[in-house]
Design a protein around this ligand. Structure first.
Ligand code: ADP
Length: 184
């Protein structure tokens, strides 16, 4: 089962991804986590993307697509994956579709979490993970980037009739139940 978890920064993608991972026993692939791990370990990739993440901008499509394709080729992802933070542009979505169709695989569901903007900002400011992009100014940039570059991905998958819109306000378990119901 291949599931995409989608939504603006602070919508709870990472939290719900972890719950899907344990429920369905499929691996989690978070591009944000990959970038942060590379920055922490000061790898060549980490050095390239650090300033971009710090600014709240997007890593170039070619870079992200290559990383995700390399990951998805690994055996551990062949039975399924929970994608979190990818695709984030229509170009990335088109590349993913191509990759999957070229491998006889496909997307089973595109789950989008809906949360009012005010709550998103409060959640990010209160999550206290010490992320360098969790400042009011950077959150504003990230939300703008989301609206401009990422939201069109929703329409891309609406055309394929894959979108499940989930109310992302409530307790973690409530939201997870809504997701399971929608996947049923
Ligand atoms: P959030 O959803 O809270 O913004 P993520 O961990 O998904 O957090 O992403 C953090 C940052 O990593 C993004 O602001 C962006 O700089 C970079 N990033 C993650 N995924 C992608 C992607 N698919 N394309 C481009 N940049 C990405």
């Amino acid at each position: 089962m291949n599931i995409i978890l989608f939504g603006p920064p602070g919508a709870g993608k990472g939290t719900q991804a972890e719950k899907l991972v344990s429920h369905f026993n499929i691996p989690h692939l978070s591009t944000g986590n990959i970038f942060r791990a590379n920055i922490k370990q000061q790898t060549p990739l980490g050095k390239i993307v650090k300033a971009i993440l710090d600014d709240g901008k997007l890593v170039p499509d070619e870079t992200v697509v290559e990383i995700v394709a390399d990951e998805l080729k690994k055996n551990e992802y062949h039975e399924g994956v929970v994608l979190d933070g990818f695709p984030r542009t229509v170009k990335q979505a088109e590349s993913l579709d191509q990759f999957f169709s070229g491998n006889g695989r496909g997307i089973d569901a595109f789950v989008t979490l809906t949360v009012p903007e005010e709550e998103l900002i409060n959640r990010i400011l209160n999550r206290g993970q010490g992320r360098s992009d969790d400042t009011p100014e950077k959150i504003k940039t990230r939300l703008q980037v989301y609206h401009d570059e990422t939201e069109p991905v929703l329409n891309h998958y609406k055309k394929q009739d894959l979108v499940k819109e989930i109310d992302g306000v409530g307790s973690v378990d409530e939201i997870f139940s809504r997701i399971l119901e929608a996947l049923d």
